[in-house]
Design a protein around this ligand. Sequence first.
Ligand SMILES: NC(=O)c1ccc[n+]([C@@H]2O[C@H](COP(=O)([O-])OP(=O)(O)OC[C@H]3O[C@@H](n4cnc5c(N)ncnc54)[C@H](O)[C@@H]3O)[C@@H](O)[C@H]2O)c1
Length: 420
Amino acid sequence: MKKVSFAVMGVGNRGTRYAVMQQKYPEEMEVVAIADNRPVRLESLNKVLRLPAERLFLSGEEMLAQPKLADVMVIATQDKQHREHAVAALEKGYDLLLEKPIAVTAEDCKAIAETAHRCGRRIIVCHVLRYTVFYQQIKKLIDDGVIGKVESIEAAEQVGYYHYAHSYVRGNWHNSVESSPMILAKSCHDLDLFLWLTGRKCKKVTSFGSQSYFNKEHCPPNAPPRCTDGCPVEDCPYHAQKFYYSRIPGWPANVLHPEPTEENILEILKNTDYGRCVFQMPDNDVVDHEVTNLLMDDGTTVTFTMTGFSNQQTRTIHVFGSKGDVVGDFKARTLSIRVFGKEEETIDLSPLYDDFTGHGGGDGRMIKDVIRFYRGDDFDTSAITMIDRSTESHYLAFAAEHSRIHDGVCIDMDEFMKTI
Ligand SMILES: NC(=O)c1ccc[n+]([C@@H]2O[C@H](COP(=O)([O-])OP(=O)(O)OC[C@H]3O[C@@H](n4cnc5c(N)ncnc54)[C@H](O)[C@@H]3O)[C@@H](O)[C@H]2O)c1
């Protein structure tokens, strides 16, 4: 069986996650080069990959200066870098596995898609949730007509208070201008799911949301700017040391350091935003709750809530069809199907999973499909997240953000698309 070769640009949290899939699929994929401008990330990952020194690069640019090294390049650098890195890789002749968001502006997304078309290259965007057992089962129920025609969807992305604080208050996505707005950074997955599940295009969108809690107004008295400065608020769920120490050696402690210990984590907390009081982040402007409404072109309606105020990190969905409805909880791995006039059936999806890690198993299942796609296998590729369908979810995210910052104004997608 032909192995698909990968060069990975950016081996932080996501790039590393994909590169180590080589252990899961040793007969089918091979990582042949990695690039990152943090030597510690290269060294740590290379303990697993064991690449020769000439295949480790201290920047993506350096790696791209080489002749083409692999079949596929994984672009897992930060959101704002995607346009430059993706365009250069496409022009070098690589097919891509591109982390979402494709890019941070509609113009950049369009430029990447157009470059792929011009260069005759393919791009798969990492909408990992589409590949999960959970959403594939819902899609199958809908496509099989079990609940009739989908009339409306009510969905919630419960980010989880700890994930929200880590990524969107202290972390890489705490400032929407420096990185990207929440509806793009996090919820482009959900928008992609709604387009895919309904099989429709979106006609109109509105959105409301704000950052209401993580600010000085809610800061406990006497809380110092950093948790590491002896914060007296013992029961704060966001206390940095308690929070990251309890997560060693896994996520998100391993985002701070690839081989986390209490010693190296403490050093990082003292010197980076990850140790700051969540109520005193100077430039945190990312919404902590948002509701977005979609009107699809066949009249289907979708209401979607993103919230940082949840104990669980999960997604819930309720699909209402003309013949029945289905309720699902991503983390609980359950679906309840209620066909009108029949008894409710609750399905435990657990036996269908061989792995629930990494976005409910979506990371591993996506890589499997990426391998099969780029190897040219004969299989159903209709769910593969190719660039052209993915850009739709991104344009929708930009329109929703425009609505949100303009007081929830209703955006007509046909008109919005004329502005891109
Ligand atoms: N699919 C998903 O569900 C999902 C989840 C989380 C993050 N993401 C996306 O994945 C991407 C990466 O996120 P992350 O969490 O891994 O961030 P990260 O900061 O952990 O990783 C990015 C890496 O890129 C490296 N880098 C920066 N400039 C570089 C350059 N010029 N050349 C090579 N490497 C360079 C950084 O040193 C860093 O290690 C982002 O676009 C993010 O939005 C996607």
